[in-house]
Write a protein that binds this ligand. Sequence first.
Ligand code: ZN
Length: 232
Amino acid sequence: MPSISAAALAPSALVSAALDLALPPACAGCSLEGVLLCERCAAPLVSRLSLAPGVRMGLRAEAPPSIAQLEWCAPFSGSVRAALHQLKYGGERRLARPLAEAMAARWRVAGAGGDLICPVPVHADRERRRGYDQAVLLSESLARHLGLPCERALRRARNTRPQFELGRKARLTNVSGAFELSRRIPAWRLRGRWVVLVDDVATTGSTLAACAEVLYDAGAVAVSALTVARER
Ligand SMILES: [Zn+2]
């Protein structure tokens, strides 16, 4: 990694985005040149494709009760973890497409319903600094694959600490009340809808539950969730 951050040099997020897209890709898992994610490193993303919906992993906490269904493509490890890291912190937004394709494939075989895709948003400050919100990129690509509308219905009311820094109990209080309805869309658009929340990783599900609470308050009839990875 260079000692001077790319963000400090970039005249604007837009220009840095254009530069990122012009660079030839290298595999996020093994650095193989010419691909974003090589076949070997992408293999874990299809490892759960043939499993029945809701297969348990021996996790201490399965999905919180407010989440009708939680589906994911792969465990949060190895090349998938590296790819998500590149998507979130490495500026490699092109990875959203293959990752969303894997999500769409899993949802087609396991998704029980849903008529609206909604990203779990990062805080607006973080999106501004990064130039994008990775959950929005995943959601928009996924929505195109599934032929569903994508609505940025939620916003982060306050900046929370990253969940991975916290223990299980602290994670719950960290995100409780952290989300609110976005001013971008009128609340009636959620009434009677079955929302599919989209995020990169799910751990305890407390972030998803905090989002679901807001969606139910706005009249959603069900909330499911789909993530790229699930952390044990
Ligand atoms: Zn690779």
